[in-house]
Design a protein around this ligand. Structure first.
Ligand code: F6P
Length: 324
């Protein structure tokens, strides 16, 4: 293998730059040529491909976002799109690919590998942490800490005014961010898509609020089956039916996707990036380089996208016990 390419795809995540840096520098260290594809699969189709040098990735380890840009490609979902992408890669003589992204990125990579056979290894880059085959995904730790900082600030004002705050965090299909910042932020309740939300219990508890606590923090993952935070807040407010209680909603949104990656994310990204290149050199393919129990593990794409990484039951229990 002489030439490889790297790209980022799907929602960006803090630490993607550190991962790109690790891929580029490991490839050069091992004597390979390395190309950066801009705008994910769209860039592959359009031939948005440039050779990278060691200095191309200088001064990026600390930056959020992705210097290679990102996109969610409709065209790559079609056979014609993937054919065009293959033709572009062949023109550049690309013999291996590192795909940094989440679920959707790996679905695309798997189909592309099955159709065209270019060895591909993924690195788990998503704030959602919902990828099987790695304990943590690149960007998750930063996103949780960003959300936590916001929750701490909201808690100050919530307590000052005796208010009930519903705080919405990201996670369309995943409650990992909500659960971790809920535990860390001392939330009274956490609502996530993986478990059934018991609104009756929440209403009952909020009705009795003044007897125990004067304010309350409720963290809602955006994908909860009861709806977004404002929808849930309205349902709960109506049922609590107490004009003395003040309800507020804060949606944290995309601030969770930006910012300087934490040390943990930078280290994880660097390990995954280096291992992806080493894996390609050693003949691994159609899999993701992740970290499980502290060790690098290559997990087939099929499992990464097909299996569910179960939430820790004790995490859920923690919220219930510690919020009494
Ligand atoms: O998959 C990462 C993620 O941040 C989800 O948590 C969120 O639902 C989604 O991306 C938002 O995507 P977009 O940036 O396209 O609005």
């Amino acid at each position: 293998m002489k030439k490889i390419a790297v790209f980022t795809s799907g929602g960006d995540a803090p630490g993607m730059n550190a991962c790109i840096r690790a891929v580029v520098r490991t490839a050069i260290f091992k004597g390979l040529e390395v190309y950066g594809i801009s705008y994910g699969y769209d860039g592959m189709i359009q031939g948005n491909i440039k050779k990278m040098q060691s200095h191309s990735v200088s001064n990026i380890i600390q930056r959020g976002g992705t210097i290679l840009k990102s996109a969610r490609s409709e065209d790559f979902m079609t056979k014609e799109g993937r054919k065009k992408a293959y033709e572009q890669l062949i023109q550049y003589g690309i013999e291996g690919i590192v795909a940094i992204g989440g679920d959707g990125t790996f679905r695309g990579a798997k189909v592309f590998f099955e159709e065209y056979g270019i060895p591909t290894i993924g690195c788990p880059g998503t704030i959602d942490n919902d990828i099987y085959g790695t304990d943590y995904t690149i960007g998750f730790d930063t996103a949780v800490n960003t959300a936590l900082e916001a929750i701490d600030k909201i808690r100050d004002t919530a307590a000052a005014h005796d208010r009930i705050f519903f705080i919405e965090v990201m996670g369309r299909d995943s409650g990992y961010i909500a659960l971790e910042c809920g535990i860390g932020g001392g939330a009274e309740f956490v609502m996530i898509p993986e478990t059934e939300t018991d609104l009756k219990r929440i209403v009952k508890s909020l009705k009795n609020l003044r007897k125990t606590k004067s304010s309350s923090i409720i963290v809602v993952a955006e994908g909860d089956e009861e709806g977004t935070a404002d929808i849930i807040m309205n349902k709960v407010k109506e049922k609590v039916n107490d004009p003395d209680k003040e309800f507020k909603v804060t949606t944290l949104g995309h601030i969770q996707r930006g910012g300087n990656p934490t040390a943990r994310d930078r280290v994880l990204a660097s390990r995954c990036g280096m291992s992806a290149v080493e894996g390609l050199i050693n003949g691994e393919s159609n899999c993701m380089a992740g970290v499980v129990n502290g060790d690098v593990v290559y997990t087939p794409f099929e499992d990464c996208i097909g299996k569910t990484k179960a939430l820790k039951a004790d995490h859920l229990k923690l919220i219930e016990i510690l919020s009494i």
